[in-house]
Write a protein that binds this ligand. Structure first.
Ligand SMILES: [Zn+2]
Length: 387
């Protein structure tokens, strides 16, 4: 079992937890500050968000293999823009970019939801999840994305739909640091030419990121989501690769996840024309992720009833809250993910385990326990801030 111990202070008597993140906030003004290397790429404003913020596309390369991509459809998912930043704004990848500059053309929306990115919310300024707006087209951002993809000439040969996922995703005892999918286009989850092309591109990149050295790469279930963007672009004949970055074995800052995503994207770039014999097998061998992890498991919590006492377990989930826009600080606030019945164990994979005793955790009344619902904050102060 791997614990993300660097996140948690060991000062257990004080219940102190370090749960502030400094690298995850990536608002539009940071894009303007960081993306200035216009010798390597071009920048183009293609439209505006609901409140009028610019939506900017990075354009790289002169090759015939056209790749379209978008980051930040959900404003609180920033690993993708951090990876694109690293690929194009550091000298580290100069040579690898040089090798493919005449092979691919990469057009990437740097942040599709700048209002959400500024407020650190999943939804846009209208409170709508853009990823569920493919058919309604109520958000200017979705209208723009469809125009970007459908009107692009030459036609995109591959789309990269870049997201982050929550820390509940895991592969056995490991967090799923990167999950990929060639999305379905119908409820039968049939495989057609379009999906095969996406699978082959994933398999080609996976040759550079083999599972034995990258065990935290996983595959999503290919269940069909009729309103989701990737599923719909696949249905329209665009080979689409969904990539969702998760948290990593080292920290909630997702620094390692950013590096894995960089390798995945650069791997896709450098293998676009490779034909992989057994690509379906390579794709299917990527382990499917599970959704049964929690951030912290508190064991041996005592519940005091009228006639009896018993122990339970509380699985906690860390909700991400923007604490300071100016300083770019994200706070992780523990809420209930799952609770046990009587003394049954929850059977969750967890990134940190603490016993109530060890924490001098308060006893719960039966009412406290019964009122705890999924997503609800704890009825007592478990964590005190380290000042
Ligand atoms: Zn997302």
């Amino acid at each position: 079992m791997i614990f993300l111990d660097n996140v948690i202070f060991e000062n257990k008597k004080e219940f102190t937890t370090l749960i502030l993140l400094y690298n995850r906030y990536y608002p539009p003004k940071k894009i303007n500050e960081k993306f200035t290397n216009v010798k390597t790429y071009g920048l183009k404003t293609i439209g505006y968000s609901f409140t009028g913020k610019e939506i900017i596309v990075l354009e790289f390369g002169t090759g015939s293999f056209q790749i379209g991509a978008w980051c930040g459809m959900h404003g609180n998912e920033t690993t993708a823009i951090r990876a694109i930043d690293k690929i194009f704004n550091t000298s580290q990848y100069e040579n690898r970019l040089q090798e493919i500059v005449e092979t691919i053309t990469f057009s990437c929306i740097l942040c599709l939801n700048p209002d959400g990115a500024e407020a650190y919310t999943r939804e846009n300024a209208q409170g709508i999840d853009i990823n569920r707006d493919f058919h309604n087209k109520e958000t200017p951002e979705m209208v723009l994305l469809q125009k970007f993809v459908l009107e692009h000439k030459p036609i995109f040969k591959l789309l990269l739909n870049l997201h982050d996922q929550r820390s509940i995703f895991h592969i056995g005892p490991l967090p799923a640091s990167l999950s990929i999918l060639a999305p379905s286009y119908n409820h039968e989850m049939e495989i057609n030419e379009t999906r095969l092309k996406a699978m082959e591109r994933i398999a080609a990149a996976m040759k550079l990121l083999p599972m034995d050295t990258h065990p935290y790469i996983s595959r999503f279930t290919d269940e069909y989501y009729p309103t989701a963007t990737g599923d719909n672009f696949t249905a329209l004949g665009f080979p689409t690769v969904l990539i969702e970055s998760g948290h990593d074995v080292l920290s909630y800052e997702r620094n390692l996840s950013t590096d894995i995503l960089v390798e995945m994207i650069v791997g896709i770039f450098s293998s676009v024309n490779e034909h992989i014999q057994n690509f379906k097998d390579v794709y299917n061998q990527i382990k499917e992720n599970e959704t049964n992890a929690c951030d912290e498991l508190i064991t041996d919590v005592k519940i005091i009833g009228d006639d009896f006492n018993y122990n339970c377990e509380l699985g906690l989930y860390f909700k991400e809250v923007l604490k300071s826009e100016r300083e770019g600080v994200i706070d992780l606030v523990p809420v209930l993910h799952k609770k046990s019945q009587l003394n049954k164990q929850l059977g969750l994979t967890y990134w940190k385990k603490s016993s109530a005793k060890e924490y001098n955790f308060p006893n719960l009344t039966l009412d406290d326990y019964n009122n705890l619902e999924k997503g609800s904050p704890l009825p007592f102060t478990l964590y005190k801030r380290q000042l």
